[in-house]
Write a protein that binds this ligand. Structure first.
Ligand SMILES: Nc1nc2c(ncn2[C@@H]2O[C@H](COP(=O)(O)OP(=O)(O)OP(=O)(O)O)[C@@H](O)[C@H]2O)c(=O)[nH]1
Length: 245
């Protein structure tokens, strides 16, 4: 996995940037851009890292949002997946406190994961706000969205019944996954897998013009340092307890 660039540089690769020559573009794997959004501490970073590396990061470090990229084979097709982790969102006076960076990430994405934690009712309340915000920034209702209820291993301290997440997801027309990033890789993979398939399907049926605008230059500044440091921390922590969450 490569940590490729920080969130603030996304604008540089936004749709409409330099188009690649047709031959070079044809040789490249299809690009799928996924943004992960949700409240603070719900496990967005842990989810992204779990999907891309199969590892669980047990430490908590508030982050400003990083873009991760990796080539991954899904249903026999090699895809270049970019996953944008984003800072935790909050609600202020019944409306979302979304800054322009976050809005840019949402617009940039081909698909979104909205995450909440079953141990945090406020993060659940954010769901529908976030969903409607995404739809506003992606008018046309085509961008695939999945809702992920995380921390399913912490049922003893749950504040949200998982079935309430499912009901809300059904109401919003989203696919729902209940996962424990800490304990289960497969459910995490399935959520991303579904989005990749949806995006891939959309790109296949979209016009050449639409496909060309979704091709963006490869990020220029790979930086492994942040991930290496967090992996080291994760590996050195021999026992993670619930209180460390
Ligand atoms: N028990 C348990 N802990 C989890 C799970 N997923 C994440 N965590 C922990 O929850 C804490 C927050 O996880 P992060 O991935 O940093 O959360 P985040 O949403 O990126 O947080 P922000 O950067 O503040 O937006 C970390 O200590 C994780 O180890 C899970 O499935 N189960």
């Amino acid at each position: 996995m490569r940590l490729t660039q920080s969130m603030c540089t996304i604008a540089e690769c936004a749709p409409g940037g330099d188009a690649c020559p047709a031959a070079a573009a044809a040789a490249r794997p299809r690009l799928v851009k996924i943004a992960v959004v949700g409240g603070s501490g719900v496990g967005k970073t842990a989810l992204v890292v779990r999907f891309l590396t199969r590892r669980f990061i047990g430490d908590y470090e508030r982050n400003a949002g990083n873009l991760y990229s990796r080539h991954i084979q899904i249903d026999g097709e090699m895809l270049a997946i970019q996953v944008q982790d984003t800072p935790g969102v909050q609600v202020h006076e019944h409306s979302l406190d979304c800054n322009e960076q976050l809005n840019r990430c949402i617009r940039w994405a081909d698909a979104l994961v909205i995450v909440f934690s079953i141990t945090d009712y406020k993060s659940y309340e954010l769901l529908s706000h976030l969903y409607h915000h995404v739809r506003q920034l992606h008018p046309g209702n085509t961008v695939p969205v999945v809702i992920v209820a995380n921390k399913a291993d912490l049922l003893h301290i749950k504040e949200v019944e998982p079935q309430h997440g499912l009901q809300l997801a059904n109401m919003l027309g989203c696919t729902f996954y209940e996962v424990s990033v800490s304990e289960n890789y497969n459910d995490v993979f399935n959520a991303f897998h579904l989005l990749c398939k949806e995006v891939s399907k959309q790109q296949t049926t979209s016009t050449p013009e639409r496909r060309r605008t979704s091709l963006i230059p490869r990020p220029k500044s790979p930086n492994m340092q942040d991930l290496k440091r967090r992996f080291k921390q994760a590996l050195s922590a021999k026992v993670r307890t619930v209180t460390s969450v």
